[in-house]
Write a protein that binds this ligand. Structure first.
Ligand code: ADP
Ligand code: ASP
Ligand code: MG
Length: 282
């Protein structure tokens, strides 16, 4: 039996139909006897809308209230995912950041995770319940205020939960079937990598490749979490549960350099849309 963390991003939970698809992936793992924690993002576009409302309310605002608003998207998807799983006969319950608790520092808007006690979470999972956890959010324990982890932060929530649970793998399900040499939506000829080292992925993420939030890669590297990127749009029944097939048979694994035999000088190219270069000549 493996302990598996499965994270689903915004496009994977964009509507109830897609949440049903996510639940089928989760059921596959639970039916195979794996212990499963699911981490969900808000529905695609939901966080942008919430951020928009905050800025419309007041361009200069209290970051703690920003967090109270933008953390709400994940609450919806966690509850819906638990409901769908229950309707499929899978024992499941939702967990919000403060309930676990996922403890953060005071840097509201881009808080860092300080620790995850998680005793109740472990007890619930030991009793056979799938844990459906809100990504992106936690609680700042001193003031007991909700805090969010920065845009794309559900990846970091997933890796942190994997560390807390000593998970065998942290599977990041998204809308592409792995990590490519560059963004496959922009360069159709980009090649999927079967393995990439933490160091290489850190460099790609910090220079703009948003497939994984930079902090999630840092955390995975420090704690040596086997992190895999794969597509939620692959049919759930076409994939083998963790433990029944080698992890490398699907997606891309982010792992230690020592596991990668053939190292390349250049592994990938990243880009950032919101940066410009101006050269002044005199
Ligand atoms: P999610 O909502 O699941 O978190 P994101 O939109 O944050 O998904 O990240 C997935 C996207 O990352 C892909 O749709 C792709 O356009 C983009 N991307 C950028 N660089 C890469 C890369 N090197 N490999 C794969 N995807 C990449
Ligand atoms: N919902 C949050 C965002 O859009 C977190 C995430 O999706 O990872 O940034
Ligand atoms: Mg993302």
């Amino acid at each position: 039996m493996a302990v598996v963390v499965m994270k689903f991003g915004g496009t994977s939970v964009a509507d109830v139909e897609r949440i049903k698809n996510v639940a089928r992936h989760v059921k596959r793992e639970a039916d195979a006897g794996n212990k499963v924690a699911v981490v969900v993002s808000a529905m695609a576009g939901a966080t942008n809308q919430l951020v928009g409302w905050v800025n419309e309310a007041a361009p200069l605002h209290d970051k703690r209230e920003y967090d109270a608003v933008v953390a709400s998207g994940e609450q919806v998807t966690a509850g819906l995912t638990a409901i769908v799983l229950q309707s499929m006969g899978v024992k499941a319950r939702s967990w919000q950041g403060w309930q676990i608790p996922i403890e953060t520092n005071t840097a509201h808007g881009s808080a860092r995770i300080a620790g995850i006690p998680g005793d109740d979470l472990r007890r619930s999972m030991d009793a056979g319940e799938v844990a459906v956890i809100t990504g992106f959010q936690g609680i700042e324990p001193k003031a007991r205020r909700i805090a969010t982890l920065g845009r794309g932060g559900s990846d970091t929530s997933a890796v942190a939960v994997a560390v807390a649970l000593k998970a065998d793998v942290c599977d990041i399900y998204t809308d592409v079937d792995g990590i490519y040499t560059t963004d496959p939506r922009i360069v159709p000829k980009a090649r999927r990598l079967s393995k990439v080292s933490y160091e290489e992925m850190l460099e790609m993420a910090s220079s703009g490749s948003k497939v994984l939030q930079t902090r999630s890669v840092e955390l995975a590297m420090v704690h040596q979490v086997r992190t895999r990127v794969l597509s939620s749009f692959t049919k759930p029944e076409d994939m083998a549960p963790v433990g029944a097939a080698p992890l490398e048979s699907v997606g891309t694994i982010v792992c230690g350099e020592d596991e990668i035999m053939e190292t390349q000088v250049v592994s990938g190219i990243a880009y950032a849309r919101d940066e410009a270069k101006i050269t002044m000549l005199k």
